[in-house]
Ligand binder design. Sequence first.
Ligand code: ADP
Length: 305
Amino acid sequence: QVLVIGSANEDHVLTVDALPVPGATVLAGSSTLTAGGKGANQAVAAARGGADTAFVAALGADDRGARLRAALEGAGVDTRLVGRRPGAPTGLAVVTVAASGENAIVVAAGANAELDADAVEAALADATPAHLVVVQCEIPVPAVCRALEVAGRRGAFAILNLAPFVALPERALRAVGLLVVNESEARAALGERPGAAGRAVDDLAPALAARFGCAVVVTLGARGARCRTREGRDVTVPAHPVPDAVDTTGAGDAFVGFLAAALARGADLADAARTASVAAALSVQRPGAQASFPALAEVDAVLAT
Ligand code: ADP
């Protein structure tokens, strides 16, 4: 079983010609509501990837929360540990996308901010012991730490998607079996300053493995991914070529969810990353986050060619 612990937001996506400057009002060409949040996206991806998946999260007692729960259940995610916080609104992200592809995003964490360490511990006490626990960083830091520590105590394999990047205490990091980051998160985790000349991309996973003492996957968008296994082997996973990247929202989440599902089936890290890379590439060819995630059969069909 895969147990994902993290955020759930409703994304309100507004397309505009140009992002509004301060004080301006602009009209959106279209507005869409989609289910998002890194935690929920990864739970849906793990379920699509064939894993028996449960999710620990906090939603408000509002219509947004009901829609998000329905999306999770529609994807086959076990939502019994998704709590309701009647006093807090469900997480909301307002995503403004300009014709240039530039975006500006405002997130109201709402109920996600109430998923505290004790709530995580209580949910994990009720969970079926999972082989694999997946955590990202859109919930409070103490909750991330507690999730990792409890996973470690219970002998589960913990995957940390350090996204968005936050500094975590050493004690929590000791429980991490696999770190998954994109390039900017990798550089932040290594203390590189944005814009400064940094390591070559091939050196990021080995440097992170040395710093964090675990296996590492660094995702590099259209340049694929680099893995450093627990045994110290470096593996380059090329991106699956796509004719047209329509929408890369959630590509990283598709990658993490499918990676977790493949590892839960017993795949080694390199094979799991190859599966994840195909799933993520299929997702960028369709709009949306959760809605763009493929089924495992589609991924397997590509892998078989
Ligand atoms: P994030 O979305 O978290 O920033 P990345 O941009 O690194 O993460 O993308 C995650 C993974 O999605 C990549 O490792 C790759 O497998 C896949 N991917 C992203 N963009 C493309 C693309 N344009 N073509 C093919 N695959 C892509």
